[in-house]
Design a protein around this ligand. Sequence first.
Ligand code: NCD
Length: 363
Amino acid sequence: MRHLLNILELSVEEIDRLIATADDIMETPAKYENACAGKILATLFFEPSTRTRLSFESAMLGLGGRVLGFSDSSSSSAKKGESVADTIAVASAYADIIAMRHPKEGAPLVASLHSRVPIINGGDGGHWHPTQTLTDLLTIRHEKGRFDGLTVGLCGDLKFGRTVHSLLEALSRYPGVRFVLISPRELELPPVVREECIDKRGIPCKTCRSLEEAMGELDILYMTRIQRERFASEEEYQRLKDSYILTPEKLQAAKADMIVMHPLPRVNEIDVQVDDDPRACYFRQAYYGRYIRMALILMLLAESGAGKGVPDKARPRLPESLLPGGSCQNPHCITTTEQGLEQRFTRTEAGEYRCFYCEHKAE
Ligand code: NCD
């Protein structure tokens, strides 16, 4: 059975096919209005969301399916201390496909080990957010017509911004891409992301501290929110929260056909006056999210052959190549909260050990 935990689980060709399906749905929605009749999507959101959850629900309803779920962990048994594994084992008996969001990194991976139906990662901590990336790719295809040869500036919270991590992974596969990383020193990309998506692939990359330094050379400016909820200290957040604010004046130095993207919600990193600029495409971006999620639901359901019959919850079998070891040092890792979860590590080609769940380097 196929899940979507990380964007790299989809090949470039599969992404092209999803984009083609999304385009076809936008053009002829009536053709798809009963495509998921009789199917149920569960949206299990242990962390707040507007666009991701609503666009998933709207996507399933637009395909003639039905939806159930919760939008807040306090209204689920997580509040009573239930594990992700148990919640998913139960929910996957009630639904044909699950979209979930969780504050802990690696939670969707744990879910996939216990699920009878496809799991879609709708964001896990500061780790990954593959369906936002699909949304971003559909937007780029529509607005720029291509992925190759683009200079992409990513600005704001590159440390905790999961949308940035997944987008870098996805774009690093296209020829001629260049990245410009614009962040305070404290919010630079996690070393693992930088190594995997940029250094290993030899992608040209520049680091800047100000928007002004980068503006003139960009084809895409991807703005992000400073992720308050992931900071260890409120003081540090207060110090960094206004690091970057895009204004019409700053945009004057940009190319006439540059586009401004943002996964939303914005706090104040884009002045509302920028919304009037035709280069601002973040609300169009949110619109596209529904259609690429429709395409994804269709693909995963077609490939899943979801389990039927009365289930038994056995303990999952982990790949034998995984190594046991001490505990993961990442405070945001699912292993820090999930009871009964056995710690496992992978060994990279360079001989480093990484947590199987959150990919943090082990000391
Ligand atoms: C993003 C997220 O949840 O990571 N939002 C989204 O899914 N559209 C970005 C954010 O919360 O800043």
